[in-house]
Write a protein that binds this ligand. Sequence first.
Ligand code: HEM
Length: 370
Amino acid sequence: MEDIYYSDYIELDKILNSQHPKSFETLEEGNDEMLFIIIHQVYELWFKQILFELDLVRHIFIRGRINDNSDDLSRAAQKLKRIGKILELINQQVSVLETMTALDFLEFRNLLLPASGFQSRQFRLIEAKLGLKMEQRYKKEYYKYTRRGSLSEIDAREIDQAEGESTLKELIIQWLERMPFFHEEYWKDYKRSSPVDKRSTIAPRALGGGPVDKQVTAADSGDGHKFWIDYRSAYQNSLSESEAGRLREFDKVFFEEGRGNVSPAAMRAALFITIYRNLPIFHLPFELLNTLSEIDELLSNWRYRHFMMVRRMIGLRVGTGGTSGAGYLEGTLSQHYAFREITEVATFLIERSKRPLLPNALKEKVSFNL
Ligand code: HEM
């Protein structure tokens, strides 16, 4: 068998023959359009790798019940970390493009109208598969495929389909909802740290509600689950006068409505993991949640860098894709997060030393493999 050759293996000819700057057809000397094309291609290659990793992670969670004692969770965490590293890298690449000046860009800008990064199918798929929904998007009217400069009908359909499949966010919510932390058997030797507060505004049913906590009512002291009563009381004590309203929010988020599209049961599990992340069994779940917040942050860092670069390149002019340009991009910055609710769990943390002590039975026995 003939030895395989490097350039054949990576199909280099195809890649290296895929740069055809439009302005070069009439110019004697090149301009920055070559850089502009190459940088977009490099981004799209990395988007492809991100999507590949994202699909792997989704499949780990989709395959029925994740086996938390296998290496499923560590594989998922490792893949998500890799996505984070790629995002770090592509954030840095913005500065390469920033060596092009606004005047350099004007030399070829009109030739690419109405094409724009807005039409990046892969970027939209990353957003959709992470969990960003069309209703949450800033200026969703821009996405109508009938609008010039928007996505093609085929691409729009594919993104719509990705949104309808299990997104990473939905899978993470389901995984959190299945956490078996509150089974009665673990709480027999729990020592309450706050007096029973008869005026507690948390409905006992709400405390035990959700698919995870069916067993909780058995452990109830009549006022809801003792752990959450203690935690709530410690949280209340941690609030300054100006933040007193947060207690009402605490009840809403963890016992009534949840937050965004994350259920109260999933929010409780996320908070629980975050509080007790020092316990070995929570290391991986915490790392996973933390990496999701990191991915959101890195993506928004990218949005910010891209927005700043765009402002330098085109000022306040409309984009080639027909949006308002920098103004539109600034709007996406505050709105386009997939894991906002998970990140904002930090709102409800208390000092380490004030955390309720977990019962030994839970510490010893809690296992994800129930
Ligand atoms: C000179 C450099 C660039 C300029 C002036 C620029 C400009 C813009 C503008 C104005 C938009 C808003 C849509 C529109 O009306 O066109 C946009 C969107 C976008 N651009 Fe760029 N861009 C540049 C480089 C890049 C690069 C290198 C990438 C990498 C793939 C990229 C990816 C995107 C993406 C993904 C969007 C959609 C963002 C969103 O809707 O959240 N852009 N760009």
